[in-house]
Design a protein around this ligand. Structure first.
Ligand code: UDP
Length: 383
């Protein structure tokens, strides 16, 4: 039994790698507020050292109070398993609110369970009296308008199940307004992932990762790939790596390989040339941040990396046809390179000609979690 002592009991859900960077600053901001008692539920969607444990240490996240240990599975099995194991936690703990971040399976699973759960007792918040815990979504409103991405379905359904929606960039506010979400439920607070980047930047610069990869003083690029559409089909993955090998003739690409991608490489026997593509295990946040900050170029299909490179002012080529984070293009260093050889090489050539200085999107200033905490303090009414 989690021992809550304050009035507003909030469960913050983490499950997969990109969640940890988002929840770390929120936990700090909540810890500074008398009226909020925040606890972590870790679903165990990612569970190993390199995709989970290391981030707790590096980012100073409090240990989870509840671990659901769901492990791997298909989309349906993982989502269902989180739901099945999370419901008894709500029954036992009776929180006032559940906060989810981003767009992973744990996000949709926990928001959906919470939205249909009734507590034993009612409570007050600014919109009246209710028994259902309030569902809070941080990083709401982002849309790629590509339903082939499982994350897009997760985003839309999570927003539909949410009562309070915190938005990281202007496009998110427009999308939610178009979908009819009442304006008094939506709060443009900025980007919590950037709070983490700013808090960790100085520490990350102490990392010796560049030297330990033998790259001291040499220009290099950084590559990440893990979206199913890029890595699941061996023919697609092979063609993509072939194109990237071409780019790597100009400078080596450091490639921390996501376990999903590693499994596909192993299954299909694809072996990139180690002189050009330097494969590593997934890296800790500090090492990865240092590598990003000092790279000549980042190539990625990650959502978070598009945002981080924008703030670091490092050119980013996104290996996708769309992005749910358009501010990284309009206000940042990101360019959509597509996934075909011709479009990627074209984007690379253009980028070399005009890398250009970047602006940073509004409110990506390191204080987003503070704004979230401020809004929440005023939403729940102390008796
Ligand atoms: N990241 C990391 N180590 C790595 C690759 C990425 O710490 O080897 C960080 C990255 O800086 C960002 C987050 O992981 O903060 C992005 O996670 P991911 O790409 O898995 O998810 P997405 O953002 O695509 O949802």
């Amino acid at each position: 039994m989690v021992n809550f002592t304050h009035l507003t009991k909030i469960f913050c859900i983490v499950g997969a790698r990109p969640n940890f960077m988002k929840v770390a600053p929120l936990m700090r901001a909540f810890a500074a507020r008398q009226s909020i008692e925040a606890r972590i539920v870790h679903t165990g969607q990612h569970y190993d050292e390199k995709l989970s444990k290391i981030f707790f240490d590096e980012l100073g996240i409090p240990r989870p109070d509840v671990e659901l240990e769901v492990g791997s599975g298909t989309l349906a099995v993982q989502t269902a398993e989180v739901m099945r194991r999370f419901e008894p936690v709500l029954i036992a703990e009776q929180p006032h609110a559940v906060l989810v971040v981003g767009d992973v399976n744990s996000t949709i699973a926990c928001s959906l369970v919470t939205a249909r759960f009734h507590r034993n007792t009612s409570f007050r918040w600014v919109h009246g009296v209710r028994t259902r815990p309030v569902v809070i979504h941080v990083e709401a409103g982002l849309r790629s308008f590509d339903d082939d991405m499982p994350e897009e379905i997760n985003r839309k359904l999570t927003d539909a199940a949410s009562d309070v929606l915190f938005v990281s960039e202007a496009s998110g506010m427009k999308n939610l307004a178009k979908e009819g979400v009442p304006a008094d439920r939506c709060f443009f607070v900025g980007n919590v992932m950037i709070d983490t980047l700013m808090a960790a930047r100085e520490r990350a610069m102490q990392s010796g990762v560049i030297e330990s990869l033998g790259l001291g003083g040499r220009p290099y690029g950084l590559l990440t790939l893990h979206r199913p559409s890029n890595v699941d089909d061996p023919a697609v993955l092979r063609a993509l790596l072939d194109t990237l090998d071409q780019i790597a003739r100009d400078m080596p690409l450091v490639f921390p390989v996501h376990p999903r991608t590693r499994a596909r490489l192993d299954q299909s026997g694809i072996k990139p040339d180690p002189a050009r593509l330097i494969l590593t295990e997934p890296l800790g946040y500090l090492d990865f941040l240092k590598l990003m900050a000092k790279a000549k170029l980042v190539l990625t299909d990650s959502g978070g990396v598009q945002e981080e490179t924008t703030v670091l002012g490092v050119p980013c080529l996104t290996l996708r046809d769309n992005t749910e984070r358009p501010a990284t293009i309009t206000d940042g260093t990101n360019r959509l390179a597509g996934t075909q050889r011709a479009s990627i090489l074209q984007a690379f050539a253009t980028l070399q000609q005009n890398a250009g200085p970047a602006k940073v999107p509004p409110l990506w200033d390191g204080r987003a979690a503070e704004r979230v905490a401020e809004v929440l303090v005023n939403l729940f009414v102390t008796p």
